[in-house]
Design a protein around this ligand. Structure first.
Ligand code: UD1
Length: 427
């Protein structure tokens, strides 16, 4: 089993270029199933979640080629069952269902896996798909979905397309919004999705689908109007850069001190993060598409911080901020409002000396901790990255185990950090 060995105390200086966002690339790969033409997605990070998604696409019969950071897909869906082991590896397998139904009329999958950060039900996905006419059979382990049957002009029973519907999401969900977009672009008629998530990665999906010939209109701030089309065509597309990798790096600099330039950074997507960091004694400037973060490594505490759907503060940055607050000069309160169980990493962080108490959905983070090296286990993707940040600041040597969680979403995390001057290696 691989782990990271980190000797804390170094400042971080240098330059990093961001790759495409994991949370964009995964739904974009799902979108590629909606055409048999060649789809090329550029700037794809080399991370486990993308690798697993490509394995699933291959199992579905699609031709997949990876050439460095470019991924090319083409061909027809030949198999409509997602292999159990792969579905259980990753949450994102769920939004293949929308594309598979839209293009092939059928999909079977085991309940999806992913990070253990809460119950993570898929009721909103299922309810929306049913409203588009999908018949869904759920067993204790699997979900079977089919488009409705109808008779053609010769009287033979055949699979027909999904039909448009007016769908209201009772809760804002990134995955359900993406799944329903993917299911409705090839449906008959018009679909209206209300109370959709507004993450930049969703806008990215809409942009790519429209460039492939879909008709998706953004109405106001939380409604999408989708007019079904007959077919989509191929495309070469570059996704938005990964704002969570950028945010994680920024917190690393805020904790360790230093000066780091982030290239290919979309500053507008990072406002909720950079506003908080600027209030916590970091200096952040963006010029000519390059964001520079400077810090003396002594973050100021934040009275209160709460996660929320975009444009609110991202839940995917909660663990990194709690870690930073553990060394700040006072007590901070951090509320987790998106997932019900996203403080799993806190017990590990405490092993490094952090003083944190969890009261319901709030982490009470008493600052001024002097972090000291220890052996800890990554519990999930973002919590794992937060433990690495703690190790970079801690006195002595930290070992972070179970780093496969971190490899799901950060490409060669240790190389990126060591190029900035951190003392970290994979052993
Ligand atoms: C996506 C992101 C993840 C991020 C999260 C919230 C991807 C691949 N993952 O996850 O990194 O942390 O958005 O920004 O893009 N919910 C239901 N029923 C459903 C679906 C969701 O109750 O059918 C709940 C969830 O349990 C959670 C909340 O809605 O409490 C938000 O989840 P959702 O936005 O769907 O997250 P994901 O799409 O899984």
């Amino acid at each position: 089993m691989q782990k990271f060995e980190i000797v804390g105390g170094n400042r971080l200086c240098g330059c990093v270029k961001l790759k495409g966002a994991k949370n964009s690339v995964l739904p974009l790969l799902s979108a590629s199933l909606l055409t048999e033409d060649e789809v090329t997605i550029c700037e794809c990070p080399n991370i486990l979640d993308v690798e697993n998604m490509l394995k699933i696409l291959k199992e579905l019969g699609v031709k997949v080629e990876r050439d460095g950071d470019k991924i090319k897909t083409s061909g027809k869906i030949l198999n409509t069952e997602i292999p159990d082991s792969l579905a259980r590896e990753m949450r994102s397998s769920i939004f293949l269902i929308g594309s598979m139904l839209g293009k092939a009329g059928k999909a079977r999958t085991a309940y999806p896996g992913g990070c253990a950060i809460g119950r993570r039900p898929i009721d909103l996905h299922i309810k929306g798909l049913k409203e588009l006419g999908v018949s869904v059979t759920e067993s204790t382990t699997h979900i079977d979905c089919k488009t409705p049957k109808s008779k053609n002009e010769n009287g033979n029973v055949c699979t027909s397309k999904l039909h448009g519907a007016d769908i209201y999401f009772e809760k804002v969900s990134v995955g359900a919004t993406e799944n329903l977009i993917l299911a409705s672009v090839l449906a008959n008629g018009r679909t209206i999705l209300r109370n959709v998530a507004r993450e930049p990665e969703i806008c990215d999906l809409v942009r790519m689908l429209n460039a492939m010939g879909a008709q998706i209109k953004v109405v106001g701030s939380s409604i999408l109007e989708i007019t079904g089309v007959e077919s989509l065509h191929g495309i070469v597309y570059t996704p938005i850069p990964d704002r969570i990798v950028a945010g994680t790096l920024m917190v690393a600099v805020a904790m360790c001190g230093g000066e780091v330039q982030i290239l290919n950074c979309e500053a507008n997507h990072l406002k909720a993060i950079t506003t908080k960091l600027a209030n916590s004694s970091c200096n952040i400037t963006t010029r000519y598409g390059i964001t520079l973060i400077e810090s003396n490594g002594a973050p100021a505490f934040m009275r209160a911080l709460a996660t929320a759907p975009y444009p609110g503060f991202p839940t995917d940055m909660q663990a990194q901020f709690v870690t930073m607050m553990s060394i700040a000069n006072g007590t901070s309160l951090v509320s987790e409002k998106v997932f019900e169980n996203r403080f799993g990493y806190v017990e590990e962080l405490k092993k490094l000396g952090a003083d944190i108490e969890i009261v319901h959905d709030i982490a009470v983070v008493k600052g001024n901790s002097k972090l000291k090296g220890a052996t800890v286990k990554a519990t999930d993707l973002r919590g794992g990255s937060a433990l690495v940040l703690a190790g970079l600041k801690a006195e002595g040597t930290t070992y972070v185990e179970d780093i496969f969680h971190i490899d799901r979403g950060y490409e060669s995390f240790e190389i990126m950090l060591s190029e900035l001057g951190a003392n970290i290696k994979r052993i």
